[in-house]
Write a protein that binds this ligand. Structure first.
Ligand code: ZN
Length: 319
């Protein structure tokens, strides 16, 4: 299936009212409770085609969300790409010049290169440098169940257990080129207590994905002890009020296509668990791709064609 095959059930909200903000950085608003506590931040539209986060933040703004302790920031990250979102070609607005979620490498941030995303990253960097707990809201290309991603550090595992939403917690990198925001050094550092989490809320434009984005934001805020439980209870969806205990998985492998003739043996959507080691899951040119161990979970299969494309991550249930 290509992007065109997925109906656009969500409506991208107008975020222009949030452009001015109050931080000196466009599309970032910070509320200070005046009481001690962490600086908590929620990001939307790191990818401009992933509109569920904008829906969640728009809802929180309109509901009058304020922190009870510490500081709370709400940011629309790649607003430049989001401004180009077109329901008639919904996949086209992922970024302007390059993937915002690959630029978080000091050499590039400090270097001479100039792209729309690097300029925006340099604007946002002092804010991220002051953030203690970050939730970066994303969505996916298939109808996969929602999942939470972290680097697998102990500090992250401890906090994400408290968030306990959505029901899948995926730990580890899975061989990405460049660095995602959650891998930016101050977060991916065992010497401090900062935690950055990335949630994939479901298919980019499915109605349920907007609900999952708001529910995840609220469970994150609950775990961060930032806002009142009355606010959270008033805005959680019915199904997310008492979630089951989330299951933790370790990302063990990333699979990248070696040829432009990479074919999955089934139209996987993600989160399928393959019982037997050695099961063929894809063909890449003449090579067979097999599961390396029993009960292997297939995370975020990518059905876009081409060589040198990240096709899949493999995960094993965490002990
Ligand atoms: Zn994304």
């Amino acid at each position: 299936m290509s992007d065109q095959d997925y109906p656009v059930e969500l409506t991208a909200p107008d975020i222009e009212p949030y452009r001015e903000g109050n931080t000196g950085v466009e599309f970032v608003t910070t509320y200070d409770s005046g009481a001690p506590g962490p600086h908590v931040m929620i990001n939307a539209v790191t990818h401009g085609n992933e509109i569920c986060g904008a829906i969640a933040l728009d809802t929180l703004f309109k509901a009058g969300l304020r922190p009870e302790r510490g500081k709370l920031s709400l940011g629309f990250v790649n607003h430049m790409a989001y401004a180009r979102f077109d329901p008639a070609d919904p996949g086209a607005s992922r970024f302007v010049d390059e993937d915002f979620n690959r630029v978080w490498v000091e050499d590039r941030l400090d270097g001479p290169e100039d792209t729309a995303e690097l300029r925006r990253a340099r604007e946002l960097r002092p804010i991220f440098d002051s953030v203690d707990l970050l939730l970066d809201i994303h969505s996916m290309g298939t109808y996969s169940k929602a999942l939470m991603i972290n680097n697998g550090l102990e500090k992250e595992r401890a906090f994400v257990r408290e968030v306990n939403f959505p029901a899948y917690i995926m730990c580890g990198p899975g061989h990405v080129v460049g660095k995602r925001l959650i891998e930016y050094t101050p977060f991916n550092d065992t010497a401090n207590n900062k935690v950055a989490l990335l949630v994939e809320c479901g298919q980019h434009w499915a109605a349920a994905t907007g609900t999952a984005a708001l529910d995840t934001a609220l469970h994150f805020l609950r775990a961060a002890e930032t806002v009142s439980s009355a606010f959270i209870d008033a805005h959680l969806s019915e199904a997310a009020r008492t979630p089951p205990k989330a299951v933790m998985w370790d990302v063990t492998d990333g699979i990248t296509s070696a040829t432009d003739d990479f074919r999955f043996v089934e139209p996987y959507i993600g989160m399928e668990v393959i019982a037997k080691a050695g099961t063929v899951i894809a063909h890449d040119g003449g090579a067979e791709i097999v599961t390396p161990y029993d009960d292997c979970l297939l995370m975020m299969p990518n059905h876009r064609p081409g060589a040198n494309v990240r096709k899949l991550r493999l995960c094993r249930r965490s002990a």
